[in-house]
Design a protein around this ligand. Sequence first.
Ligand SMILES: Nc1ncnc2c1ncn2[C@@H]1O[C@H](COP(=O)(O)OP(=O)(O)OP(=O)(O)O)[C@@H](O)[C@H]1O
Ligand SMILES: Nc1ncnc2c1ncn2[C@@H]1O[C@H](COP(=O)(O)OP(=O)(O)OP(=O)(O)O)[C@@H](O)[C@H]1O
Ligand SMILES: [Mg+2]
Ligand SMILES: [Mg+2]
Lengths: 255, 255
Amino acid sequence: KIKIMSVVNQKGGVGKTTTTVNLGTALAAIDKNILLIDLDPQGNLSTGIGITEKQRKISVYDLITDDITINNTIINTKIPNLKIIPSNLNLSGIEFELASDEERANKLNSKINNLDQYFDFVLIDCPPSLGILTVNSLVASNSVLVPLQCEFYALEGLAQLLRTVEKVKDNLNSSLNLEGIILTMFDSRNRLSEDVVNDAREHLGDKVFKTIIPRNVRLSEAPSHQLPAIIYDQACAGSKAYIDLAKELINRLKI
Amino acid sequence: KIKIMSVVNQKGGVGKTTTTVNLGTALAAIDKNILLIDLDPQGNLSTGIGITEKQRKISVYDLITDDITINNTIINTKIPNLKIIPSNLNLSGIEFELASDEERANKLNSKINNLDQYFDFVLIDCPPSLGILTVNSLVASNSVLVPLQCEFYALEGLAQLLRTVEKVKDNLNSSLNLEGIILTMFDSRNRLSEDVVNDAREHLGDKVFKTIIPRNVRLSEAPSHQLPAIIYDQACAGSKAYIDLAKELINRLKI
Ligand SMILES: Nc1ncnc2c1ncn2[C@@H]1O[C@H](COP(=O)(O)OP(=O)(O)OP(=O)(O)O)[C@@H](O)[C@H]1O
Ligand SMILES: Nc1ncnc2c1ncn2[C@@H]1O[C@H](COP(=O)(O)OP(=O)(O)OP(=O)(O)O)[C@@H](O)[C@H]1O
Ligand SMILES: [Mg+2]
Ligand SMILES: [Mg+2]
């Protein structure tokens, strides 16, 4: 059964895109077939994977608003086993365009079932809000990954996010489950990071992945080379952590 | 003339809230009368200034959707010369609630003109999107501050943001002007930070403030003590940078 995972957190800058890029690449490296979907109008995921402006002519915007099938929006990346549906700026007006459409929450879900090729995982990178794009992702998914930055402000929004996931599960998509919380940007020099880790494990127990992603400058340098960190610098602490995370995810799912 | 400034960037986690809290506090410390408005449903600004849950019963949500006047939503903070209109979770459904309202872009603007007390500055903290809340802020403002994180992904969204500001100026609010770009989270150990600074100054010249805000762990610790960094640790590099920024802003405006 295909795992369709929303990578979501309305708090900004917590590592959603970095997680989607590097977890996706690590899973592809251990021979899983991966599809990434860029649901953020900023298109950081498309950039982080090395998709040029020209390759973004057809994007997830067309998938949501036109009659095009999902198979006609998927493009290859430079990375074996890894494909993507890119995003472009057309997506930034979507909230208004769908405002009076009864089916607005179901757009992505209605298309994702027509995939004509096999994927083990679909990872959907969401924008930093709980608006119509994130709701579309949650309705189309059967699993949720929540990157949680090891900072004080990031903890504030977590309860609201988990309530929203429950609401979507109860009203729109009963197959949706929280896969887990991924602790990101852990800084061993900052006592606060420790507090966030302890707090998260105390309240959420096993829902928090054991693997912690450290703050690592190579992770933020990689996008400027249009490469995932796992390819740009496989030996750095950030890449190793994402490779560990991929293994832990596979073990949890017993695949 | 009152300066109404939107602190805006659709890229998440770039330091919008941290800038609103600390620039606001620094201006209040040099005897300017300051009003902060928390337009983010997450309510990080209200938390960073020490506003309790109980004090958020009346919020900016009521201002936008009810007949209440702005003067009845303003509350005091522990900081002299600094007042706030807090936010609460009611705000997260606003995009949908206003979807069919012709006047949805003008809600804040229609109320802000009825202030019955004098402020030198109003700083509005925006959520990480270009949705209806950010548009309300831009329509109600005469000035825009853009925090720009010294990271690669953050540069990507800047052109779109500046185009949106122009669009609001041309169609909805001709008095809107870009005050400047504030470089944040500069990390001298990361060559990329240097590249972003040079890039920004090359393309935007004097629009980029000379003061650069360094990455400084005390800035991220302060919110867990419900205090601005300027009060939590006045001598740290982060606080000094925001105090310098306040002085630079005053010099630019020749007040
Ligand atoms: N573990 C890490 N160590 C250091 N830098 C990181 C790490 N993870 C992400 N970054 C950097 O931090 C910034 C924010 O990360 P990213 O863009 O992935 O977050 P996001 O949640 O997708 O942001 P948005 O809310 O805008 O979509 C980026 O510049 C990224 O390169
Ligand atoms: N100069 C800095 N040095 C170190 N940490 C910082 C700095 N500025 C902000 N931070 C921390 O980085 C995180 C992101 O900052 P902040 O929340 O202010 O950004 P934002 O743009 O308001 O985010 P959002 O897009 O979610 O509203 C916070 O945890 C904050 O404490
Ligand atoms: Mg992102
Ligand atoms: Mg904020």
